[in-house]
Design a protein around this ligand. Structure first.
Ligand code: FEO
Length: 395
């Protein structure tokens, strides 16, 4: 890649990972990703903001070389996770005069994860300023978007926010700026769902803090730079709001079609009542798609057969993800078929303790559903519709 100019003295020097298809060995990346790093050249000092995943460090050094960077005074580390910090040891070897500028929590984590020496750090506090001559960096501590040590850096004169993971997208593109807004909206929503949704209350708080800040660009560490900051800020306001949509998600798996038949019936009963309902067959579903749908949905109903006395392991995996991603879902339900018994309800309930949702009466049936079982699914659909009406999301 190459160093690309955002504005006078500010360059994007990170790497594009076109081929990466999985993050944290967990999150699907249908569009690859980028590890953005930014170079800020002041009249007296030069700073690098974040580094790149170690697998792409050659790109970072190539870009710095192309820009003729012979000395770095500072390397700002907004976040310890290795996709941003992993090349720090090599950066410090190449530019030994550089100080790692970060907060105390991040310093401790960088020492743990990268074994950096104590004396390479310049520790800053919330609101502190760092002069580069004619450019000034300020720092905003922003724990929990994504880890407890995360922070934002702001370039005062050029009104550029560098929020690291926050507001990013896993979207590999050679476009420096977020011009393909429709595609980037979806990539950013998927990213929000998988990475930021568990920290929704923190997201709300930081969105409020950013209201006070003049912004010309938002330059995250994944995906393109927002030259129209309101595009991503308004999307985040919607996703992180308490408002839910008239949507029911039915993640399901079926072994011998009994649970599938229940899902089909519930789906029809919901649609007939004016609800939007989407089944997610967990055998095929990209879990990122399910996570993205969870951003808005008012209701989630998990459908699983009972296997070895509990939920099907694939359904259990989905239940676990729902529990840890903590969507703003207001209603949670469980349906499925069992052979002779089991603890499916207890096990799923345990995983969903983190949800601030009302739990609907489960509908678990023995074997293939009978007429009376299908009637219970109609009652479940009516109970969901009733709650959606009460919340004013179903006319
Ligand atoms: Fe992109 Fe939390 O690392």
């Amino acid at each position: 890649m190459w160093g690309r100019k955002l504005t006078e003295g500010v360059y994007s020097v990170g790497a594009i990972d076109w081929d990466r298809r999985l993050f944290d060995e967990l999150i699907p990346l249908p569009n690859g990703t980028t590890y953005n790093a930014y170079l800020v050249k002041g009249s007296e000092k030069t700073a690098l903001i974040d580094t790149v995943d170690p697998s792409k460090k050659k790109d970072l050094f190539h870009n710095l070389k192309q820009l003729g960077v012979e000395r770095l005074d500072y390397v700002v580390s907004n976040h310890t996770e290795q996709d941003h910090s992993g090349s720090l040891p090599d950066v410090l070897s190449t530019y030994p005069e550089a100080k790692v500028v970060t907060n105390s929590k991040c310093k401790a984590l960088l020492i743990d994860h990268l074994h950096l020496p104590e004396d390479c750090f310049l520790v800053i506090n919330d609101g502190e300023r760092l002069s580069l001559g004619d450019k000034t960096l300020t720092f905003m501590l922003a724990p929990w978007v994504h880890w407890p040590e995360t922070m934002f850096t702001y370039l005062v004169e050029d009104k550029i926010l560098f929020p690291c993971d926050f507001l990013g997208s896993h979207f590999a593109t050679s476009d420096l700026f977020a011009t393909r807004e429709r595609e980037i909206y979806l990539a950013a929503k998927r990213y929000y769902a998988e990475i930021m949704m568990p920290f929704r209350s923190h997201v709300q708080k930081y969105l409020q803090r950013l209201e006070e800040l003049p912004l010309a660009f938002i330059a995250p560490s994944h995906g393109p730079v927002y030259h129209r900051p309101e595009f991503i800020l308004s999307a985040y306001r919607d996703w992180a709001s308490d408002q839910v949509k008239n949507e029911v998600l039915i993640p399901y798996i079926s072994m011998h079609e009994s649970t599938a038949r229940m899902v089909e019936h519930l789906l029809e009963a919901l649609v007939n009542r004016g609800l939007e309902a989407s089944p997610f067959n967990l055998t095929y579903t990209d879990l990122g798609e399910l996570a993205m749908a969870m951003v808005d949905a008012a209701t989630i109903v998990l459908a699983t057969p009972t296997v070895l006395g509990g939920p099907h392991p694939t359904a259990l995996y989905a239940a676990y993800l729902v529990g840890v991603l903590r969507p703003k879902t207001r209603l949670a339900g469980l349906i499925g078929s069992y052979g002779w018994g089991g603890r499916t309800v207890e096990i799923v309930s345990e995983f969903w303790k983190t949800l601030k949702a009302e739990f609907l009466e489960p509908v678990l049936v023995k074997g293939l559903p009978r007429e009376e079982d299908l009637k219970k699914l109609d009652e479940l659909a009516e109970a969901i519709a009733q709650r959606h009406r009460e919340w004013g999301i179903l006319g």
